[in-house]
Design a protein around this ligand. Structure first.
Ligand SMILES: [Zn+2]
Length: 325
């Protein structure tokens, strides 16, 4: 899986791009108190197209996986069979891809913040301000006391990159209005395959942004963006999801709506504007005090398990070193 750093275009430029080219087909008021239930007019699964009683709809299907901290965006248009398939084939890869980040960021999954344990490295986070790192694999954790930084090397987990990409595609299709989801029928078939051996023609790239600091997106914040009209030379659909310290952005291919773009030179879409960038002075002060965000492009096209190691940088106020008893 290849990754490369990038520098986003200026905020105003990106804001104009999205305002001119896209409508938001799904977003959530982050102050909303009530659960958001995606309810179809008739009980039909938007993925396999089957209806009750051929399939059951008893599982509580999370439109965004619970492991990302989503408790209350629930879909009633996903049957039990598809729900089980997505859990086994997609979420499982997403969880391995994120590895210890969920513990490090303090993401509350099904019950609480998950503990992380892999090849002699353990992360525990029992309170928002305290994290325990137990390393028994013989490696030293380099501690930079002057900058109050540690960088921990985490062994690879063996996830399939395209499985991670599919899990973002699945989230977008879960959230978009049912009528729009019909533009993605070929992609739905691809999501329901029992294998990850088929790549996607358009390339499976993803923007990955890590914002340092304490929980910048306390609730899962998804956006489904749909092109304003078919005259515009931009991809039909883009999906953004923000949670805790992370933001991902991908393009969701639609063979029916994107066919006129084939063969044209389409510039890479810019990064979706981040709400904190709106106040330039506060954004600059945040970067100065807490640190600069990391901006990466991940190539998630790989159809085979990857086991690259990951480096996690962590800023601390206080650190206590203890020998293992
Ligand atoms: Zn189904």
């Amino acid at each position: 899986m290849s990754t490369c750093r990038f520098i986003p275009e200026p905020y105003q430029e990106r804001r104009t791009y999205f305002a001119e080219n896209y409508d938001c087909a799904f977003m959530r008021d982050c102050r909303a108190k009530k659960p958001l239930i995606i309810e179809p007019e008739e009980q039909i699964c938007r993925f396999c197209g089957r209806k009750a009683p051929d399939v059951k709809f008893r599982n509580k299907a999370h439109a965004i996986p619970e492991l990302l901290g989503n408790k209350d965006i629930i879909s009633r248009s996903e049957c039990n069979t598809c729900n089980q398939h997505f859990g086994d084939m997609l979420e499982n890869n997403l969880s391995l891809f994120l590895g210890p980040l969920l513990t490090v960021m303090g993401t509350r999954g099904k019950n609480k913040i998950p503990k992380y344990h892999h090849k002699g490295l353990e992360f525990k986070r029992d309170s928002p301000n305290y994290m325990e790192i137990i390393q028994t694999n013989g490696e030293e954790i380099p501690i930079d006391s002057a900058k109050k930084n540690i960088v921990i090397s985490v062994a690879g987990h063996g996830f399939v990159p395209i499985g991670v990409y599919k899990s973002f595609v699945k989230m977008a299709i879960s959230l978009m209005p049912f009528e729009i989801s019909k533009d993605f029928d070929c992609i739905k078939e691809w999501l329901l395959e029992q294998v990850h051996t088929n790549p996607i023609g358009a390339g499976a790239h993803c923007y990955y942004v890590f914002l340092p600091g304490n929980n910048l997106f306390p609730r899962v914040n998804p956006f489904v963006l749909i092109r304003k009209n078919d005259m515009l030379d931009v991809p039909y659909c883009q999906f953004v999801v923000q949670f805790n310290n992370l933001m991902f952005q991908i393009f969701i291919p639609s063979f029916s709506r994107d066919s006129h773009l084939i063969g044209k030179e389409i510039p890479r879409p810019p990064l979706f504007p981040i709400i904190y960038e709106r106040e330039q002075a506060a954004w600059d002060a945040y970067k100065e005090k807490i640190g600069n965000p990391d901006f990466y492009i991940y190539d998630l096209s790989g159809t085979e398990k990857t086991s690259e190691s990951l480096k996690i940088g962590y800023h601390f106020e206080q650190i206590e070193e203890n020998p293992i008893p």
